[in-house]
Design a protein around this ligand. Structure first.
Ligand SMILES: CC(C)(COP(=O)(O)OP(=O)(O)OC[C@H]1O[C@@H](n2cnc3c(N)ncnc32)[C@H](O)[C@@H]1OP(=O)(O)O)[C@@H](O)C(=O)NCCC(=O)NCCS
Length: 301
Protein backbone atom coordinates (compact mmCIF):
# COMPACT_ATOMS: atom_id res chain seq x y z
CA UNK A 1 0.00 0.00 0.00
CA UNK A 2 2.71 2.52 0.99
CA UNK A 3 4.72 1.87 -2.14
CA UNK A 4 1.58 2.40 -4.23
CA UNK A 5 0.68 5.69 -2.55
CA UNK A 6 4.23 7.00 -2.99
CA UNK A 7 4.06 6.12 -6.69
CA UNK A 8 0.65 7.80 -6.94
CA UNK A 9 2.13 10.96 -5.40
CA UNK A 10 5.06 11.04 -7.84
CA UNK A 11 2.78 10.33 -10.86
CA UNK A 12 0.41 13.13 -10.01
CA UNK A 13 2.86 15.73 -8.66
CA UNK A 14 6.05 15.39 -10.74
CA UNK A 15 6.82 19.09 -10.24
CA UNK A 16 6.74 19.02 -6.41
CA UNK A 17 10.26 19.23 -4.96
CA UNK A 18 10.53 17.40 -1.65
CA UNK A 19 13.17 15.14 -0.17
CA UNK A 20 12.27 11.50 -0.86
CA UNK A 21 12.82 10.53 2.81
CA UNK A 22 10.35 13.24 3.86
CA UNK A 23 7.76 12.07 1.31
CA UNK A 24 8.06 8.52 2.65
CA UNK A 25 7.94 9.55 6.29
CA UNK A 26 4.77 11.58 5.71
CA UNK A 27 2.93 9.02 3.59
CA UNK A 28 3.94 6.13 5.87
CA UNK A 29 2.97 7.99 9.06
CA UNK A 30 0.50 5.78 10.97
CA UNK A 31 -1.38 8.89 12.14
CA UNK A 32 -2.42 9.70 8.57
CA UNK A 33 -5.82 8.58 7.31
CA UNK A 34 -5.72 7.43 3.71
CA UNK A 35 -8.95 7.02 1.77
CA UNK A 36 -8.17 5.22 -1.46
CA UNK A 37 -9.86 4.57 -4.79
CA UNK A 38 -8.97 1.52 -6.88
CA UNK A 39 -9.99 0.48 -10.39
CA UNK A 40 -11.53 -2.85 -11.46
CA UNK A 41 -8.12 -4.52 -11.45
CA UNK A 42 -7.37 -3.25 -7.93
CA UNK A 43 -4.80 -0.65 -9.02
CA UNK A 44 -4.67 2.48 -6.83
CA UNK A 45 -5.88 5.33 -9.08
CA UNK A 46 -6.75 8.01 -6.53
CA UNK A 47 -6.46 8.86 -2.85
CA UNK A 48 -6.84 11.50 -0.22
CA UNK A 49 -4.35 11.62 2.67
CA UNK A 50 -5.47 13.39 5.83
CA UNK A 51 -3.60 14.29 9.01
CA UNK A 52 -5.64 15.93 11.80
CA UNK A 53 -7.58 18.65 9.93
CA UNK A 54 -5.23 18.91 6.94
CA UNK A 55 -5.50 17.27 3.55
CA UNK A 56 -1.86 16.52 2.72
CA UNK A 57 -2.66 15.17 -0.74
CA UNK A 58 -5.71 14.65 -2.94
CA UNK A 59 -5.28 13.24 -6.43
CA UNK A 60 -6.90 11.12 -9.11
CA UNK A 61 -4.87 9.66 -11.98
CA UNK A 62 -5.34 11.64 -15.19
CA UNK A 63 -7.31 9.00 -17.12
CA UNK A 64 -9.83 8.69 -14.27
CA UNK A 65 -10.53 12.42 -13.84
CA UNK A 66 -13.90 14.13 -14.48
CA UNK A 67 -15.89 11.15 -13.22
CA UNK A 68 -16.66 12.46 -9.72
CA UNK A 69 -13.90 10.49 -7.96
CA UNK A 70 -12.10 13.60 -6.63
CA UNK A 71 -15.38 15.06 -5.30
CA UNK A 72 -16.16 11.76 -3.61
CA UNK A 73 -12.72 11.61 -1.96
CA UNK A 74 -12.90 15.25 -0.86
CA UNK A 75 -16.38 14.81 0.64
CA UNK A 76 -15.15 11.72 2.53
CA UNK A 77 -12.13 13.69 3.85
CA UNK A 78 -14.35 16.56 5.01
CA UNK A 79 -16.72 14.15 6.77
CA UNK A 80 -13.78 12.51 8.56
CA UNK A 81 -12.29 15.83 9.70
CA UNK A 82 -15.71 17.09 10.86
CA UNK A 83 -16.34 13.85 12.77
CA UNK A 84 -13.01 14.34 14.55
CA UNK A 85 -14.41 17.61 15.91
CA UNK A 86 -12.66 20.19 13.69
CA UNK A 87 -14.55 23.24 12.44
CA UNK A 88 -12.09 23.99 9.65
CA UNK A 89 -10.22 21.97 7.03
CA UNK A 90 -7.02 23.07 5.26
CA UNK A 91 -5.13 21.75 2.24
CA UNK A 92 -1.35 21.46 2.08
CA UNK A 93 0.66 22.41 5.13
CA UNK A 94 -0.25 21.12 8.59
CA UNK A 95 2.08 19.38 11.03
CA UNK A 96 4.22 18.78 7.94
CA UNK A 97 3.65 19.04 4.21
CA UNK A 98 4.14 17.39 0.87
CA UNK A 99 3.30 20.72 -0.77
CA UNK A 100 2.36 24.03 0.89
CA UNK A 101 -1.12 24.20 -0.69
CA UNK A 102 -3.01 23.38 -3.89
CA UNK A 103 -0.63 23.68 -6.91
CA UNK A 104 -1.91 26.29 -9.37
CA UNK A 105 -0.98 28.82 -12.05
CA UNK A 106 -3.23 31.35 -10.32
CA UNK A 107 -1.68 34.34 -8.57
CA UNK A 108 -3.84 36.11 -5.98
CA UNK A 109 -1.96 39.43 -5.98
CA UNK A 110 0.52 40.94 -8.46
CA UNK A 111 3.83 39.10 -8.90
CA UNK A 112 7.19 39.61 -10.61
CA UNK A 113 9.89 37.30 -12.01
CA UNK A 114 7.54 34.56 -13.14
CA UNK A 115 8.29 31.57 -15.40
CA UNK A 116 5.76 28.88 -14.58
CA UNK A 117 6.32 25.18 -15.23
CA UNK A 118 4.87 24.02 -18.52
CA UNK A 119 1.46 22.42 -18.02
CA UNK A 120 0.61 24.06 -14.69
CA UNK A 121 -2.94 25.44 -14.78
CA UNK A 122 -5.68 26.45 -12.34
CA UNK A 123 -7.81 23.29 -12.63
CA UNK A 124 -6.99 22.07 -9.13
CA UNK A 125 -7.46 25.44 -7.39
CA UNK A 126 -10.77 25.90 -9.31
CA UNK A 127 -11.86 22.48 -8.09
CA UNK A 128 -11.39 23.57 -4.46
CA UNK A 129 -12.88 27.06 -5.00
CA UNK A 130 -16.06 25.50 -6.46
CA UNK A 131 -16.35 23.34 -3.36
CA UNK A 132 -16.25 26.27 -0.93
CA UNK A 133 -12.50 26.68 -0.26
CA UNK A 134 -10.78 30.07 -0.11
CA UNK A 135 -7.16 31.17 -0.44
CA UNK A 136 -6.35 32.07 3.17
CA UNK A 137 -3.19 34.18 2.69
CA UNK A 138 -3.35 37.89 1.85
CA UNK A 139 -0.49 37.35 -0.62
CA UNK A 140 0.84 34.68 -3.00
CA UNK A 141 2.59 31.51 -1.89
CA UNK A 142 5.01 30.00 -4.41
CA UNK A 143 8.22 28.14 -5.25
CA UNK A 144 11.03 29.59 -7.38
CA UNK A 145 13.53 27.97 -9.70
CA UNK A 146 16.65 28.98 -11.60
CA UNK A 147 18.67 27.16 -14.33
CA UNK A 148 22.23 27.94 -13.25
CA UNK A 149 23.48 28.21 -16.84
CA UNK A 150 21.73 31.63 -16.66
CA UNK A 151 23.61 32.74 -13.51
CA UNK A 152 25.67 35.86 -14.25
CA UNK A 153 26.38 37.44 -10.82
CA UNK A 154 29.92 36.17 -10.52
CA UNK A 155 31.66 39.09 -8.79
CA UNK A 156 31.39 37.82 -5.16
CA UNK A 157 32.04 34.42 -3.56
CA UNK A 158 31.83 32.80 -0.13
CA UNK A 159 34.41 34.51 2.13
CA UNK A 160 34.05 37.98 0.55
CA UNK A 161 33.16 41.21 2.34
CA UNK A 162 30.66 43.65 0.81
CA UNK A 163 29.95 47.05 2.45
CA UNK A 164 31.56 45.88 5.72
CA UNK A 165 29.53 42.62 5.90
CA UNK A 166 31.45 39.33 5.56
CA UNK A 167 29.66 36.40 3.90
CA UNK A 168 31.00 32.99 4.96
CA UNK A 169 29.87 29.55 6.09
CA UNK A 170 29.06 29.06 9.77
CA UNK A 171 31.15 26.78 12.00
CA UNK A 172 30.28 25.34 15.43
CA UNK A 173 31.50 28.54 17.16
CA UNK A 174 28.85 30.57 15.26
CA UNK A 175 25.82 28.45 16.14
CA UNK A 176 24.57 30.48 19.14
CA UNK A 177 24.89 33.71 17.15
CA UNK A 178 22.97 32.12 14.27
CA UNK A 179 20.09 31.30 16.66
CA UNK A 180 20.15 34.87 18.01
CA UNK A 181 19.79 36.14 14.44
CA UNK A 182 16.95 33.80 13.47
CA UNK A 183 15.16 34.40 16.81
CA UNK A 184 15.31 38.13 16.14
CA UNK A 185 14.27 37.94 12.45
CA UNK A 186 11.77 35.05 12.41
CA UNK A 187 11.80 32.68 15.37
CA UNK A 188 9.83 29.92 13.60
CA UNK A 189 13.00 29.17 11.59
CA UNK A 190 15.23 28.70 14.66
CA UNK A 191 14.20 25.06 15.08
CA UNK A 192 15.50 24.26 11.54
CA UNK A 193 18.83 25.94 12.35
CA UNK A 194 19.20 24.00 15.66
CA UNK A 195 20.84 20.99 14.07
CA UNK A 196 24.48 20.25 14.95
CA UNK A 197 25.06 18.57 11.57
CA UNK A 198 24.78 22.00 9.90
CA UNK A 199 27.88 23.34 11.67
CA UNK A 200 30.26 20.38 12.05
CA UNK A 201 32.15 18.76 9.16
CA UNK A 202 35.10 20.94 8.07
CA UNK A 203 32.85 22.84 5.67
CA UNK A 204 31.98 19.67 3.75
CA UNK A 205 28.70 19.05 5.55
CA UNK A 206 25.49 19.32 3.55
CA UNK A 207 23.28 21.27 3.99
CA UNK A 208 25.18 24.14 5.58
CA UNK A 209 24.54 27.69 6.74
CA UNK A 210 25.82 30.78 4.96
CA UNK A 211 26.03 33.72 7.35
CA UNK A 212 26.38 37.48 7.02
CA UNK A 213 28.68 38.81 9.74
CA UNK A 214 28.96 42.41 10.96
CA UNK A 215 31.92 42.67 13.41
CA UNK A 216 31.31 39.71 15.72
CA UNK A 217 27.53 39.66 15.18
CA UNK A 218 25.70 37.27 12.84
CA UNK A 219 23.15 39.49 11.07
CA UNK A 220 21.95 37.15 8.30
CA UNK A 221 21.50 33.41 7.70
CA UNK A 222 20.73 31.21 4.69
CA UNK A 223 20.41 27.44 4.23
CA UNK A 224 22.47 26.13 1.31
CA UNK A 225 21.77 22.60 0.18
CA UNK A 226 23.28 20.35 -2.50
CA UNK A 227 21.22 17.63 -4.17
CA UNK A 228 19.17 16.36 -1.20
CA UNK A 229 16.04 17.06 -3.28
CA UNK A 230 17.26 15.64 -6.58
CA UNK A 231 20.30 15.11 -8.78
CA UNK A 232 21.88 18.34 -10.02
CA UNK A 233 19.43 20.38 -7.96
CA UNK A 234 20.65 22.71 -5.22
CA UNK A 235 18.53 24.90 -3.00
CA UNK A 236 18.66 27.92 -0.74
CA UNK A 237 16.09 28.88 1.86
CA UNK A 238 15.06 29.90 5.38
CA UNK A 239 16.57 33.35 4.71
CA UNK A 240 16.75 35.66 7.71
CA UNK A 241 18.23 39.11 8.26
CA UNK A 242 18.16 40.82 11.66
CA UNK A 243 15.62 43.68 11.65
CA UNK A 244 18.45 46.11 12.55
CA UNK A 245 20.15 45.20 9.24
CA UNK A 246 17.18 44.72 6.89
CA UNK A 247 16.82 46.79 3.72
CA UNK A 248 20.59 46.85 2.99
CA UNK A 249 20.57 44.05 0.38
CA UNK A 250 22.10 41.58 2.87
CA UNK A 251 19.31 39.13 1.94
CA UNK A 252 20.02 39.69 -1.77
CA UNK A 253 23.80 39.26 -1.29
CA UNK A 254 23.46 36.03 0.71
CA UNK A 255 21.20 34.56 -1.98
CA UNK A 256 23.57 35.58 -4.79
CA UNK A 257 26.66 34.22 -3.00
CA UNK A 258 24.85 31.03 -1.91
CA UNK A 259 23.62 30.47 -5.45
CA UNK A 260 27.10 31.02 -6.88
CA UNK A 261 28.32 28.33 -4.47
CA UNK A 262 25.62 25.96 -5.83
CA UNK A 263 26.78 26.64 -9.38
CA UNK A 264 30.48 26.28 -8.48
CA UNK A 265 29.62 22.97 -6.78
CA UNK A 266 28.30 21.61 -10.08
CA UNK A 267 24.56 22.08 -9.60
CA UNK A 268 22.56 22.53 -12.82
CA UNK A 269 19.54 24.17 -11.22
CA UNK A 270 18.68 26.01 -8.04
CA UNK A 271 15.41 25.99 -6.20
CA UNK A 272 13.72 27.65 -3.27
CA UNK A 273 10.40 26.61 -1.88
CA UNK A 274 7.38 27.86 0.03
CA UNK A 275 7.90 31.61 -0.05
CA UNK A 276 5.68 34.66 -0.31
CA UNK A 277 4.92 37.94 -2.11
CA UNK A 278 7.74 40.48 -1.98
CA UNK A 279 10.38 37.79 -2.03
CA UNK A 280 9.73 37.14 -5.74
CA UNK A 281 11.41 40.54 -6.03
CA UNK A 282 14.25 39.81 -3.56
CA UNK A 283 15.17 36.35 -4.92
CA UNK A 284 14.74 37.71 -8.45
CA UNK A 285 17.97 39.72 -7.99
CA UNK A 286 19.92 36.44 -8.19
CA UNK A 287 17.83 35.17 -11.12
CA UNK A 288 15.15 32.97 -9.47
CA UNK A 289 11.71 32.89 -11.10
CA UNK A 290 8.34 31.81 -9.74
CA UNK A 291 7.66 28.31 -11.14
CA UNK A 292 4.43 27.39 -9.33
CA UNK A 293 1.86 29.05 -7.05
CA UNK A 294 -0.13 27.46 -4.25
CA UNK A 295 -3.71 28.13 -3.19
CA UNK A 296 -3.49 28.06 0.62
CA UNK A 297 -6.94 26.51 0.69
CA UNK A 298 -9.17 26.57 3.77
CA UNK A 299 -12.88 25.89 4.36
CA UNK A 300 -15.19 26.13 7.39
CA UNK A 301 -17.00 22.85 8.01
C1 LIG B 1 13.03 38.51 3.99
C2 LIG B 1 14.32 39.06 4.61
C3 LIG B 1 15.33 37.94 4.68
C4 LIG B 1 14.85 40.20 3.71
O1 LIG B 1 16.13 40.61 4.16
P1 LIG B 1 16.75 42.05 3.76
O2 LIG B 1 18.20 41.95 3.92
O3 LIG B 1 16.02 43.12 4.45
O4 LIG B 1 16.38 42.13 2.21
P2 LIG B 1 17.13 43.01 1.12
O5 LIG B 1 17.56 44.32 1.69
O6 LIG B 1 18.20 42.18 0.54
O7 LIG B 1 15.88 43.21 0.12
C5 LIG B 1 16.02 43.30 -1.25
C6 LIG B 1 14.78 43.78 -1.91
O8 LIG B 1 13.65 42.93 -1.61
C7 LIG B 1 12.61 43.70 -1.04
N1 LIG B 1 11.97 42.92 0.03
C8 LIG B 1 12.57 42.20 0.96
N2 LIG B 1 11.62 41.64 1.76
C9 LIG B 1 10.43 42.04 1.28
C10 LIG B 1 9.09 41.80 1.68
N3 LIG B 1 8.77 41.01 2.72
N4 LIG B 1 8.10 42.35 0.94
C11 LIG B 1 8.38 43.13 -0.11
N5 LIG B 1 9.64 43.40 -0.54
C12 LIG B 1 10.63 42.86 0.17
C13 LIG B 1 13.28 44.95 -0.48
O9 LIG B 1 12.37 46.03 -0.45
C14 LIG B 1 14.39 45.19 -1.48
O10 LIG B 1 13.90 45.79 -2.65
P3 LIG B 1 14.73 46.96 -3.46
O11 LIG B 1 16.12 47.06 -2.92
O12 LIG B 1 14.69 46.53 -4.89
O13 LIG B 1 13.93 48.18 -3.22
C15 LIG B 1 14.07 39.66 6.02
O14 LIG B 1 13.01 40.60 5.92
C16 LIG B 1 13.69 38.64 7.06
O15 LIG B 1 14.56 38.10 7.75
N6 LIG B 1 12.37 38.33 7.22
C17 LIG B 1 11.91 37.31 8.15
C18 LIG B 1 12.18 35.89 7.68
C19 LIG B 1 11.53 35.56 6.35
O16 LIG B 1 10.35 35.76 6.10
N7 LIG B 1 12.34 34.97 5.43
C20 LIG B 1 11.97 34.56 4.12
C21 LIG B 1 11.68 33.13 4.14
S1 LIG B 1 11.63 32.37 2.56
Amino acid sequence: MHKEIIMLFHRNFPFIVREEATVRAILENKDCNIIEKRNDTNVLIGAVVIHDSTILMLCVDKEYRNRGIGSELLAAAEALVKKAGYKEITVGAGYDYLMPGVPTSKRYVAAVNERLYEGIDDTASDFFTKRGYEHSWDCNCFDMRFPLSEFTKNEYSVGDTIDGICYRFAGPEDAEKVFACTDDAYDEFTTYYKNDALYYGDGKQNPKVLIAVDGDEVVGTLFVNLETEGEGLGSVGCTTVKPSHQGRHIGVNMVIIGTKYLKDSGMKEAYLGYTYTGLDHMYGYAGYKVCIYYMMAKKQL
